[in-house]
Design a protein around this ligand. Structure first.
Ligand SMILES: [Zn+2]
Length: 117
């Protein structure tokens, strides 16, 4: 199954269903026993990565985040380091509630120029 089909069929957790088990191709840039990070398949910026826990955590408000915060922060720092200094910095974004399309905690790490859509 591809991502478009998954979303069209109402899938709500692309991480547990497709990305973490690698049922679709992902270009991994960082991986630890608990965290995976990869290039976003539909980037909004020149550098656009996604960082997510491998096990299910609903969103940043979940009590389940307590056990993985140190791992998340290490991963975010490692992924931010992939953005070259010439890109003049990066941003870390996470969504919850109505702003969160996929109901699995994830962080967008972006940098460089914004891409037109
Ligand atoms: Zn999940």
């Amino acid at each position: 199954m591809d991502v478009s089909t998954y979303l069209a069929e109402g899938g709500t957790d692309i991480y547990c269903d497709l990305l973490v088990p690698r049922r679709v191709p992902v270009e991994v840039v960082f991986e630890s026993p608990t965290i995976i990070a990869f290039w976003h398949s539909r980037p909004t910026h020149e550098y656009h990565f996604v960082v997510a826990p491998k096990r299910h955590v609903a969103d940043i408000r979940s009590p389940d985040t307590d056990a993985i915060w140190a791992d998340v922060l290490s991963a975010l720092k490692a992924v931010l380091d992939l953005i070259p200094v010439t890109a003049a910095g990066g941003r870390v974004i996470t969504n919850c509630g109505r702003f969160q399309q996929s109901k699995h905690l994830h962080f967008h790490v972006v940098g460089g120029r914004q891409l037109s859509s």
